[in-house]
Structure formats: C-alpha cells, structure tokens
Ligand binder design. Structure first.
Ligand code: FE
Length: 238
C-alpha cells in the first residue's frame, strides 16, 4: 500500500519527536502493509517552515534508519503546504515540493477554521502552471463541514480531494465522520491518506478505512483508491 500524507519524519513538526518514535510509527506502517510513503511534514509560514532542502536531508537520514532497522519501506520527500498564497512561487524557486520530484500533484491544506479568501486564485495559478492541488482532509475543515459545496466547486475546477483514513473510521469526531461518509457516497474522494503523526491517537488506519470502504461499496472501490494512490505517486493522470 501507498500513503501520500503523513508526518513520519521526526523532529520537524508535530510528528514524532525523535528517531525512536519515528521507527515505532514506521513499524506500524509496515505491519499493516504499507510499502511506499510520501513524507509530508508541515510547511506553515510562521510555524513549521520546513523548506525543501531540510525535508530532503531528513528524508535521506530517515531512509537510512529504516534500512538499518530492516523496515522495508521506501520514502519520498514532500510537504503538506498550509495555504499562504505563494505556492506557485515556492514550487518554482524550489522552496516547496510537489508529491514527488517533478510531479504535478501538490498537497495543500486549509486552516481548520477558515477557507482563505485567496483560495480560488491560488488554485487557479497552480492549475494554469500545470499543477493539480490535492486538498488535504477537507472533511476536517469546519467551513467545508458546514457547506460541502465549497469543496465541490474546487473539485469542479480541478482540485483533488484527499480524505484522511481515520475520519472514515471515526477517529476525528462525528462531523469529520459524517462529511467523510457523504464525500464517499457522492464519489468526491480521489485518494485516502493517513495523516499519521504517532502510534497513540493519530495512527495510519488505512487498512481499517479500506476494510470499511469495502464493506460499504465493495472491493472495486478500494482497488480504485489504491490505483489512484499509485497514479499520484507515479505522476500519472487521474
Ligand atoms: Fe497532515
């Protein structure tokens, strides 16, 4: 399995604090069958400003630790970019990273309590430059919980929707669960990501989410999500 959203890299954001807790989280990923992880530490302008060079350096370090500990997972450096309006400039200057090197997919999150008034403009700039923004966990964003039309408009314009596995299996509260279920039913989800931070309250949960989806909609739906994850990793069109 592939995961394209998580905070496995340690010491950079609110993910694992040290190498030991990172290894614990990585072992959990391996246990549930994850083989490829796009690591997406936060890039938040005034909080976690993890530039591409820092992320790449830590990715190499962590890959070496995984290899030394015989954990059979390949990791790829990326970022979860907190929308700030200068995403395109950041990608062009090399400060920001798409999902994998040279990819058109870029993981972007909104603040939890507001959709920026420059969101459409920012997405349009990215679309026009050939990028496809992947919106992280919209089911957890309060204005989208209140009005999913905001998300549907963005999808109509070309954005992709990443729902967090834990939302579907009720780890993020009733509103996230309700909206995740609605998006699933309306076929408005392109990919499931873990957004894993730790093994206690924010684990991977991807296998449980796939089991849930299979019970509700059959195996075909799960195969489609897995295929989309592969396409995003390999920069193919969805
Ligand atoms: Fe995240």
């Amino acid at each position: 399995m592939i995961d394209i959203h998580n905070h496995l890299l340690y010491g950079l954001d609110d993910g694992p604090l040290d190498a030991e807790s990172m290894l614990e989280l990585a072992r959990e990923a391996e246990k549930i069958g994850i083989t490829d992880i796009v690591v997406t530490p936060h890039y938040i302008e005034h909080r976690f400003k993890n530039s591409a060079s820092i992320v790449k350096e830590r990715t190499d370090e962590v890959q070496a630790l995984l290899n030394d500990n015989k954990i059979d997972i390949k990791i790829y450096p990326s970022q979860e970019i907190h929308m700030f309006g200068k995403e395109l400039e950041g990608l062009q200057s090399g400060e920001l990273l798409p999902i994998t090197q040279g990819s058109k997919y870029v993981l972007i999150e909104f603040p939890f309590f507001s959709v920026p008034d420059f969101a459409e403009e920012t997405f349009d700039k990215l679309f026009n430059a050939g990028y496809r923004p992947l919106l992280a966990h919209p089911e957890r964003i309060i204005p989208i919980q209140d009005n999913p039309e905001i998300l549907y408009d963005l999808i109509d314009r070309g954005a992709l929707c990443q729902v967090t596995a834990g939302s579907l299996v009720d780890r993020y509260g009733p509103d996230a669960k309700r909206v995740a279920d609605e998006l699933l039913k309306k076929d408005a989800i392109h990919i499931i990501g873990s957004d894993a931070h730790n093994t206690s309250n924010r684990n991977f949960h991807i296998r449980e989410a796939y089991e849930y989806i299979e019970q509700q909609f059959g195996e075909e739906k799960v195969i489609q999500f897995k295929e989309n994850a592969r396409k995003i990793l390999e920069n193919e069109d969805i």
